[in-house]
Ligand binder design. Structure first.
Ligand SMILES: C[S@@+](CC[C@H](N)C(=O)[O-])C[C@H]1O[C@@H](n2cnc3c(N)ncnc32)[C@H](O)[C@@H]1O
Length: 177
């Protein structure tokens, strides 16, 4: 009985932690679907190289795929919510990718000046705040790849509509200064 109660308490604590950080960040740790992930990887121009930042990396769905797809690029995945962050760190212990760094942090305290590609799947309010940071810090030529939510006021270089129940869109932007 004590074991069962401890398991229930642990599960409730994990759910509460995920819910609390969803309130803090405004984004639940909803992973990108397999179809959208494929569309995002396909949207990145051939010959791409350079630093990749995943801003809000959740359970690591995109971060691992990006690190495998671009083994010569350093991929830095940032996640604030402890539960998905811990999950992705455990996955990293099993699936070692030398070019992948997973950090538990608010990506707003990260410098994006070395970015070649920034990837995100947030929510409208989060995208608005992130837009200001991207405009202030990204170098000319940097790519920004967004799942579902566009950067309002920016003109995408490419938009992909995914054949899924939401007709999800993937937006690719290029910073030109
Ligand atoms: C919708 S999920 C997407 C996860 C992952 N990028 C994917 O596509 O599978 C958004 C994630 O961003 C994280 N997040 C939101 N704002 C953040 C911030 N300022 N710093 C770090 N992580 C953040 C949330 O905790 C959440 O896990």
């Amino acid at each position: 009985m004590i074991v069962e109660m401890s398991v229930v308490a642990a599960v409730l604590a994990v759910v509460a932690l995920i819910a609390a950080y969803t309130l803090i960040t405004g984004s639940p740790p909803m992973p990108t679907s397999a179809k959208v992930k494929a569309a995002m990887l396909a949207a990145i121009p051939g010959g791409f190289e350079g630093m990749v930042f995943e801003l809000g990396s959740g359970w690591g769905t995109l971060a691992f795929a990006l690190a495998k797809r671009f083994p010569k690029s350093q991929v830095v995945a940032c996640e604030l919510s402890p539960v998905p962050w811990l999950f992705s760190r455990l996955r990293q212990a099993l699936e070692r990718l030398p070019n992948l760094t997973i950090r538990r942090m608010d990506f707003h305290s990260l410098s994006l000046q070395e970015t070649a590609l920034a990837v995100c799947y947030l929510h409208p309010g989060g995208m608005h705040k992130l837009k200001l940071k991207l405009e202030a810090e990204l170098p000319s030529g940097a790519l920004v790849l967004c799942n579902f939510f566009a950067v309002q006021g920016w003109r995408p270089e490419a938009v992909t509509t995914v054949d899924d129940p939401h007709n999800s869109k993937v937006y690719l932007y290029r910073i030109i200064r």
